[in-house]
Design a protein around this ligand. Structure first.
Ligand code: C5J
Length: 225
C-alpha cells in the first residue's frame, strides 16, 4: 500500500483522520478460553456465539491490514504460571467454582502457556507481530505496549477484540489518556451481553468522541482496498 499520509474513514461521531503509517491494529484477547465452545467463558455460562460473530470481520480486517503492510499487535489476558502477578482480589472475584490458575477445560485457566490462553487459530499472530501478555483488563497496565507503540511512531489505534465493555473499553480509555486516537469497528468487537455491546460502543463515541470513534469494519476496508 502506498497510502495518502491522511485518509478519512467514515466513523461516529465524525470522520477519523486515518494516518496509515502511524496507525496500528490492536487485537484484544481473541483467546481460545474466551471464544471457543468448551472454554472457560462457556464454562461460566456465557454464550460464546456472541463473541464468535467477531471472528469473520476480524479475519477480513486483519488480512487487508497485513496486505497493506501496516502494523499489527495482539494481546492476551493471563498470568504467570506461579500466579505471582495475580492480585488475590482478582483470583477470588466472582466466587466461581473454578478460579484463575485452576485446572480448566483447556488447561489452567488464564495461565500463560496453556492451550486456552492462546489466540484462536483463525487470528493467529505472525512471528513479526508483537503479542502483549497482560495481567489486567487494560493492555497498558503492567506491559511494554506504550513503549513499543512509541518506538514505532504509532499515534493511532484501531482496536478490536473481546470483550467490548471490559478489555476493549479499558484499553481504549487507557490509550486515550496516553494521547492515542482510537477507532473501534463495532462488528470486530464482542460482548457476551448484547446490552453491554451496545452501551460499550456508545460510551466510546459519546460526547463528541470522549474516548474515540466507532465505525463498521467495512469503512476501514474501504480505505485499505
Ligand atoms: C476480557 C474479561 N478480555 N472479560 N476479559 O474482556 O474478563
Amino acid at each position: 500500500m502506498n497510502p495518502d499520509p491522511t485518509t478519512t474513514i467514515e466513523a461516529e461521531p465524525y470522520p477519523f483522520a486515518f494516518q496509515p503509517a502511524a496507525c496500528a491494529l490492536l487485537i484484544i484477547d481473541m483467546q481460545r478460553d474466551f471464544l471457543e465452545p468448551g472454554g472457560f467463558g462457556e464454562m461460566l455460562g456465557n454464550d460464546v456465539s456472541q463473541l464468535r460473530r467477531t471472528i469473520g470481520p476480524n479475519r477480513r480486517l486483519l488480512a487487508a491490514w497485513r496486505a497493506a503492510g501496516l502494523q499489527v499487535l495482539h494481546t492476551r489476558e493471563g498470568h504467570r504460571p506461579d500466579l505471582t502477578d495475580l492480585p488475590p482480589a482478582k483470583r477470588v472475584r466472582g466466587r466461581a467454582k473454578s478460579c484463575i490458575g485452576d485446572p480448566g477445560p483447556m488447561g489452567r485457566i488464564l495461565v500463560r502457556g496453556e492451550a486456552g490462553h492462546d489466540i484462536i487459530p483463525e487470528l493467529y499472530p505472525l512471528p513479526t507481530e508483537p503479542v502483549i501478555d497482560k495481567p489486567g483488563k487494560g493492555a497498558f497496565f503492567a506491559t511494554d505496549l506504550h513503549a513499543i507503540l512509541q518506538n514505532r511512531g504509532i499515534t493511532q489505534l484501531i482496536v478490536t477484540g473481546v470483550t467490548t465493555e471490559v478489555c476493549v473499553n479499558t484499553t481504549v480509555r487507557e490509550a486515550n489518556d496516553r494521547g492515542y486516537d482510537c477507532l473501534v469497528p463495532a462488528d470486530c468487537v464482542g460482548s457476551y451481553f448484547p446490552e453491554f455491546q451496545e452501551m460499550g460502543l456508545k460510551m466510546i463515541k459519546a460526547q463528541g468522541g470522549i474516548f474515540g470513534w466507532v465505525c463498521d469494519s467495512a469503512n476501514v476496508l474501504a480505505v485499505l482496498n
